[in-house]
Design a protein around this ligand. Structure first.
Ligand code: 5GP
Ligand code: ZN
Length: 115
């Protein structure tokens, strides 16, 4: 499979050009660990198709939006954190987005006494 964008790291991961251990993968999306985790469990749920940001989601992405959230819930259960986690889309530079290929952050695994 050729990447949608050869200059996009997540497209290259989707095309298996960059070696990556997937927690989950199907034709539509992939789940893998963030390279610089901000939480004990920090996974990224990433559509394979290149869409720059969640800001670009329209009605054509309605089903995909649902799939990303369901995949995150399953990944949380697999990672043993379904009792509590955060799902975050950073949208645009002002929203903290660095990689311009949409991805959903799944963060969790904190001990109970942590804020
Ligand atoms: P953003 O700020 O765009 O929402 O998040 C991008 C995330 O992707 C960051 O948390 C960053 O650590 C992660 N990241 C950047 N490059 C790579 C990579 O090559 N592999 C993986 N697994 N994560 C990456
Ligand atoms: Zn891409």
């Amino acid at each position: 499979m050729k990447p949608d964008r050869s200059d996009c790291i997540f497209c290259r991961i989707a095309a298996h050009e960059v070696p990556k251990t997937f927690r989950y993968e199907d034709d539509v999306l992939m789940v893998f660990d963030d390279i610089r985790p901000s939480a004990p469990v920090h996974l990224l749920i990433v559509p394979k198709r290149h869409i720059p940001s969640v800001v670009d989601f329209g009605t054509a992405e309605r089903a995909l939006a649902g799939e990303l959230i369901l995949a995150a819930n399953l990944a949380a259960a697999d990672a043993g954190i379904k009792d509590g986690y955060k799902l975050v889309f950073n949208a645009g530079r002002k929203g903290g987005q660095i990689i311009d290929h949409v991805h959903l952050h799944l963060l969790g695994g904190w001990s109970q006494d942590q804020e």
